[in-house]
Design a protein around this ligand. Sequence first.
Ligand code: ATP
Ligand code: SF4
Ligand code: MG
Length: 322
Amino acid sequence: MGTVLRVEGLTVHYYTLRGIIRAVEDASLEASSGELVALVGESGCGKSTLGYSLLKLVPPPGRIVKGHVYVEDRDIVALSGEGLRRARGELVSMIFQDPFTTLDPVRTIGDQLVEVMTEHGVPEEEARTRVGELLESVGLPRDLARRYPHQLSGGQRQRVAIAAAIALRPRVLVADEPTTALDVIVQKQIMDLLDNIRRKTGMAIILITHDIALAAERADKIAIMYAGKIVEYGPKESVLRNPLHPYTRGLIASVPDIDSDKWPEPIPGYPPDLRRPPPGCRFAPRCPRAMPICKEKEPPRTRIGDHIVSCWLYGKEGRGDV
Ligand code: ATP
Ligand code: SF4
Ligand code: MG
């Protein structure tokens, strides 16, 4: 399986009147064809910002400061104008966290899906025929094309959003909390649909979620994000069975386990203000293992087995006593 997405050293800041918000700092990850990579972290840690950056769609006052996003060796960050417009949809597309931003309330589902295709050069007649197939491919009846968004259930709307995102058969699909607003049964159906799509088409999926249990169920790889940084990254099995970063361990311990009589233990404290992140390790104020060096110097990135961790417990100058 070839690599279809390679993110290298991506750094994104919001330049607000009240200061610079360092939302994403030096993020790197990769996805192969058909793979699902879950990006997991607490609210406000920069997941959506990283997701937008993969389409160079960071809203102002945000800006990609540094780094590259290669989709099949084309750097999205270097694109602009017509090249960028085409890449969005044809190379990489996104299902947004707020589904109401995707659909126009006053136009039929069919017209909206047709437009996604004609804007990318598909002749109108062909686009109209493809709408039926597209709706079926996301488990919806063909005649839903005649309806308006308000006539659909939440699950159906999310399926339409997925149809719009995959209409041009992109190589990478960013799904930002695609099931958070849905009930449990519909959540499972939508996740099954996404699994189906990536297996059939070889599309890579970046699943953005605050829910490590969902990542455990569906992902091939997991990237754990804390306060703008990817602190641990690797194949799902090794990240979950052998979590190295104290934050990852905290996240796993905070998941309720119905098979055990142990209570979940939430991580005490709050993430830092990203306008003034603490020096050194951003997790240090909440970390049960913090050492003096953690508060002074940024932890190095260390490869341990098949995964990567940023923590002084594993760096040369730390104690490394795990
Ligand atoms: P959530 O789980 O709540 O969706 P998230 O992990 O997706 O959170 P982001 O939305 O990427 O986090 O936000 C990261 C940081 O950037 C936060 O501090 C947020 O306040 C800030 N931010 C996000 N969007 C903007 C914007 N348009 N302007 C200014 N700051 C922003
Ligand atoms: Fe904790 Fe230090 Fe590791 Fe940060 S670098 S997670 S403070 S041990
Ligand atoms: Mg978000």
